[in-house]
Design a protein around this ligand. Structure first.
Ligand code: NDP
Length: 357
């Protein structure tokens, strides 16, 4: 069996479970629409830290092996890393839009082996040609947060480049990976963007285009927010008690939406098992949707969705100079544990990238 270098985990835990190996299993093309990508750069997201500790393992195990037929009976050794920028090495027989040596970028679904490795296998509709104006490290900082923001704002929130012009959008938590991308996307589409962040991130988010910034460290953030004109959409990257007050900031009876990225879905299935966890999740979201619908606003959960076509549109915006990479810190392949430590500390100001080759 051919092998490759990778960072793997053999069990869930803290940073000690990360292990470098030169003998990780080389990915193979199982389906004719798959491609093998040589990874030049990856990036880390809070999800990688959570998955290292076992978050989502029940649902992700079911996605990986729905019929429970893998011989190993386990997801280990597991490779983390959800972003990739690299070069196509091999294409399955049905792959039409990509060729060997094409430079591509992608967000890798969490049930697949990740990009902290020399090679990764992806479905052709999950990848996209990389922006020409970016190096691999810059390109790797974008796909996962971009496809998450796209899924939340476009697919769930109903926003698009054609309907954003007079929309007022509030982003709760604008200084991290998702926030820094969402600000730029919405500004490029002409929306008015209000952002909450720490005091020391104010100039940073203004530099990305935020029109109005509210410091959440100065006191209860809902108070200054409630004095502002109401919003057409709230994107919540923070969760916790935000939904207690954030829906009251929306314009009622206008189709306005609150979309939160912080949902209990995977925690429920980890805690209760797949069937009960899903039932609990469905009951929770349905109750909340109805509770807010009668007040004239829409309550929604947003989820990451892999999408080559969304990345195609984002590439055009990047190459047109409308969206830039926001790299906070770049690590080498040998420094993956330090990169995890950085992300785990929180207080992100953009993205943490790992150069693989
Ligand atoms: P990051 O860690 O990159 O950014 C979080 C940012 O929020 C940091 O800049 C932090 O800075 C800031 N922050 C923390 N507390 C507050 C607060 N109370 N108000 C305003 N800002 C705050 O995370 P991501 O942007 O990558 O992800 C955001 C959230 O979305 C995470 O919870 C993540 O798990 C979730 N997510 C969910 C997905 C899904 O499929 N549902 C997919 C992707 C992400 P500071 O502490 O210095 O203020």
């Amino acid at each position: 069996m051919t092998v490759m270098p990778a960072w793997v985990i053999d069990k869930y835990g803290n940073n000690d479970v990360l292990r470098f190996t030169n003998n990780a299993r080389f990915p193979i093309i199982d389906y004719p629409n798959e491609v093998i990508v040589k990874v030049f750069a990856a990036s880390l997201n809070p999800l990688d830290v959570s998955m290292r500790g076992g978050y989502g393992s029940a649902t992700l195990a079911l996605k990986r092996d729905p019929l429970n037929i893998t011989q190993s009976g386990s997801e280990f050794p597991l490779i983390l890393g959800r972003d990739v920028s690299g070069v196509v090495m091999e294409c399955g027989l049905d792959v039409k839009y990509f060729r060997e040596r094409d430079e591509v970028w992608a967000a890798i679904p969490p049930w697949k082996q990740g990009s902290l490795a020399e090679f990764v296998v992806l479905n052709a509709n999950e990848i996209s040609h990389k922006p020409k104006s970016m190096c691999h490290a810059e390109a790797a900082s974008i796909p996962y947060v971009a496809t998450t923001a796209w899924s939340a704002l476009v697919n769930t929130g109903g926003l698009s480049k054609d309907n954003c012009a007079n929309k007022r959008v509030l982003i709760l938590g604008g200084s991290g990976g998702v926030g820094t991308f969402a600000i730029q996307l919405l500004k490029a589409w002409g929306a008015h963007v209000t952002v909450t962040c720490s005091h020391n991130a104010e100039q940073f988010v203004r530099g990305l285009g935020a029109d109005h910034v509210v410091d959440y460290t100065a006191g209860p953030v809902e108070e200054p927010l409630s004095l502002l004109e109401k919003f057409d959409l709230v994107l919540d990257n923070i969760g916790g008690d935000t939904e207690r007050w954030a829906l009251g900031l929306l314009k009622p009876w206008t189709g306005a939406k609150y979309v939160t990225l912080v949902t209990p879905f995977l925690l429920n299935t980890d805690r209760l098992g797949i069937a009960d966890g899903m039932l609990q999740t469905a009951a929770t979201v349905a109750t909340k949707m109805i509770k807010h619908l009668v007040k004239g606003v829409h309550y929604r959960w947003g989820f990451f969705a892999p999408s080559g076509p969304a990345l195609d549109e984002i590439r055009e915006m990047v190459d047109a100079g409308q969206i830039r990479a926001v790299l906070e810190e770049t690590f080498s392949f040998s420094q993956v544990p330090q990169a995890f430590e950085k992300v785990e500390k929180g207080h992100a100001r953009g993205k943490t990238v790992v150069k693989i080759s």
